[in-house]
Ligand binder design. Sequence first.
Ligand code: UDP
Length: 409
Amino acid sequence: MIEYPKLVQVEDYERFVGAETIERVRKKAELLQDLHLAHVSSTYYGGGVAEILSSLTLLMNSMGIKTGWRIIQGSPDFFSITKKMHNALQGGQINLSERKMQIYEEVIYENAVRNHLDHDMVVIHDPQPLPMINHYKKRGPWIWRCHLDLTNPNGELWNYFVQFVEKYDAAIFSIKEYARKLGTSQLFFMPAIDPFSIKNRELSEDEIDERLNHYNIPTDLPLVVQVSRFDRWKDPEGVIEAFKLAKKEAECTLILLGNVATDDPEGEEVYKSLLDKQEERIIILSREDTALVNALQSRAAVVLQKSIREGFGLSVTEAMWKGTPVIGGNVGGIRHQIEDGVNGFLVSSIEETAERMVQLLRDEKLRKKMGLKAREAVRKRFLMIRLLEQYLDLFNSFETIYRLSNKVL
Ligand code: UDP
């Protein structure tokens, strides 16, 4: 007989957030018992959205909210178009041809036919499944949750998307700076991490050594680590450049660990382009191993997230939770995650990244001090229970409206 692990319960968070918060969250969930809810996204694996939904959907179920998670099916053509759209929403260019829009909307129509979304509430994640709303008679509120960095979206593409977005009852973005002119209410939820997952739970020094040895990762010099999808927005080349500059002044080893999400056709190419850049102290790894992510983030002297655009960098928060100082690109959500000079550093160039690396590598006391503050910031602001509560508040506000309107009718 298989023994199933006990699912995380909201009470498990008590030691991090105290009994009062748990009681408050439980009360909010009580009002939503048996609500039937569906999340829809474009991949079960790879990237922050899948990471969040893996934990959040179970936690919601454990509170009595019947929460499902569907993903959309799509041809390689479709995902190549949606990746171009993703890039354009983050400020890149796109040739928004009739053909692209046709394939995009057709595939979503087929998905709408296949999925029977007759739930009390539906949460659609990111642009890939956005037009699903065109094909249903809503039984309750539909919410669009966009995780991208919308600092400077391509205007033509955004205007095309507005027709879909405005059909939703609410749109959620990660931070206020992403607010748009819309005829739909907008809310701002920063993502959060699950402290009980294999990726984030506390590892012993032996467990960390075991994972690092397993992949022959040298530990004779301090480790500088970036963990992120192989994606140009994460600037892996800039990381290597910065590392080369820093290494002249402080000895260290760089580990770039990455993966490729199933909805991202560009990842493989980015990975291959980096392989030539490997050297004795520059290690590029593509491994599916969440315990390795944990081990690297825990053992690193410094974690980098040198993104050029970042809706919100889950991997920044993961490393901070392990008490590791993070040097992050001064962009998008990262600005809200790292308090510059207090619990990490924000940087805007390769040179600045290198300077901060050297500063941290040379100063163990500073690393410890910043690391402690980083963990405390995550405890207060970025654990999954905070995100859960924000969703509960939103669902409750709709429930009240719907209950009232049903009474009037
Ligand atoms: N990740 C991973 N293995 C890798 C690279 C990334 O598990 O090789 C995880 C990382 O730990 C984080 C997520 O993928 O949980 C990336 O989320 P983030 O918000 O940083 O970026 P996104 O990929 O969503 O743009």
